[in-house]
Ligand binder design. Sequence first.
Ligand code: F0G
Length: 466
Amino acid sequence: MPLNEFAFQRCLSADCGATYGADEVLIACKQCGELLDVDYEWDRAQPPSRLQDLEKYWAERHHPLNFSGVWRFRDLLPYVSDDEIVTVGEGQTLLQQANAVASYVGLDPGNLYLQYEGMNPSGSFKDNGMSAAFTHAHTIGAQRAACASTGNTSASLAMYCSVTRAMRGIIFIGSGKISYGKLSQALDYGALTVQIAGDFDDAMVRVREVCKELGIYLVNSVNPFRLEGQKTIMFRVLEALRWEIPDWIVVPGGNLGNSSSFGKAFMELKQLGLIDRVPRLAVINAAGADTLSQLVERRDLRWNDSQTDEEKIAAYYQELDDLHKKADTIASAIEINRPVNLKKCLRALAVCDGVVRQVSDQEILDAKAQVGAGGIGCEPASGASVAGAKLLRQQGVIGASDRVVCILTGHVLKDPTATVAYHSTDQKLFNDVLGSRGVKTASFANRAIAVDNDLGEIIQAIQLYG
Ligand code: F0G
């Protein structure tokens, strides 16, 4: 059996609770239309009895599954037999203590950690989930896989398709809504790229219709297997902290797959008795794409044991439609107004005593510049986590001595336009790219110095500024 018998899919709604085999290709419950979880009969699955037991895999890192930062945790996402797993060595990421950024955020030295998911093979956290969904697609014999994307999911899907040659990748993107770094990956890796006249939310609706109509495997995070892979980001954070639980996990929120998977990871670890407490979760929206923040912070929407107030959600979306309001932020990765994992994220907030905030594009870019100045760098959406931590610190929600992990979801080279515009001396470029989004200053810009092609002048400039 390629898929383990003790793994199954379960409807998120406690009222419905319908279950399906792991071999079914579903993106919603057939009874009630709600999202699905992958679940396990844990007594049959034989999970580890201590998290430290997972370290046994380190001794065999020459084995591709143990080398993978996703699959060395396969005992905690045990839906598939080892010989079916598709891996390209994803999840070799880094948890870095970042003291300069800690000081910017207002935390005591040593208390801020950055989880660099941009170090994945396609440059974003998406590879964690894509490896898991792609593996499922492979086991059920899919020939084609598709996604709608703000750019990183599509880069990841295109990469898995081209490395493995196992499937044709089809990606749907909104026109003019994708950064060049990400678009170049999809094109270079040979994915069929469909640019839709609309934004991500429009593309998401269409890709679901097309997948249904043409029987194409959908790898967006409505696919519950995607989120199984993304749980491992949290496992690696705990592993890097020697299995200690931080006080806070701070993550940008777009389609809300990450936050949902983090909540599921901690829910299961607690249920299995592998941890004794869960960290708090902060999900950070961009102010121009703030559905979660509007619904949770302003309208008190809650998980409520899966009895979520659907009318509140419907009324909010109706308002967006009436106002013709589209998502708009420099953090194009999270430029999403209709997050497909909304309900699962509400559950994660309930499990992790979570909070939601929104930050402006100015705050995002300033935080991003701080991350870049302190080390490896990130794309704008990732800056939202650091900006959000700073805001929560200012509000006194996060304490100076709390241990905080900010997730940096994508690599700095994903969106060079935003970075160059921020640091540029070219006022027109700044205005075109950032000014139009309400960004007024670049307080942490590191500007290039223009000099004549003259040795004396060059030396003088270096002595002056170097
Ligand atoms: N950060 C980056 C760099 C992303 O690419 C995304 C999502 C997010 C954060 C938000 O994560 O959806 O789990 O809340 N990008 C998707 C894409 C939507 O199509 O690449 P989320």
